[in-house]
Design a protein around this ligand. Sequence first.
Ligand code: THU
Length: 130
Amino acid sequence: MSLKDAATQVRHMAYAPYSRFKVGAAIRATSGTVYTGVNVENVAYPEGTCAEAGAIAAMCAAGDYKIAEVFVIADSPEPVPCCGGCRQKIAEFAEPGVQVTMATVDGKTKTVTVAELLPGVFTAAHMDRA
Ligand code: THU
């Protein structure tokens, strides 16, 4: 199954009663396995956790730690950019050249690299003198 189909399908499982904004994410790891995630909200923290974070958690839980490609989809007028926290989470597991595609359910897409998604990323190398 394509990343687009996986993200499109899983989006319906999102738990988003507060924003009513369902997001689906699919990650292909360098192993070839596809992991999916949805946003999950709760009453105390209505922003909840993002679909991208869910897919990353599923990947790690399977013992996979390298991202090859990301696809995120929502029902919005324009492709929804990943939030700041998710940009850092994706950058933790992906090389700068990895492609991240953001899509709308009606077919608009925007593809950027991880480096474009989070310019000036904080990395472990910045702590080399610690
Ligand atoms: N959300 C995601 O899951 N991914 C994004 O890239 C943007 C925002 C979710 C979080 C929250 O459940 C809802 O969208 C509104 O912020």
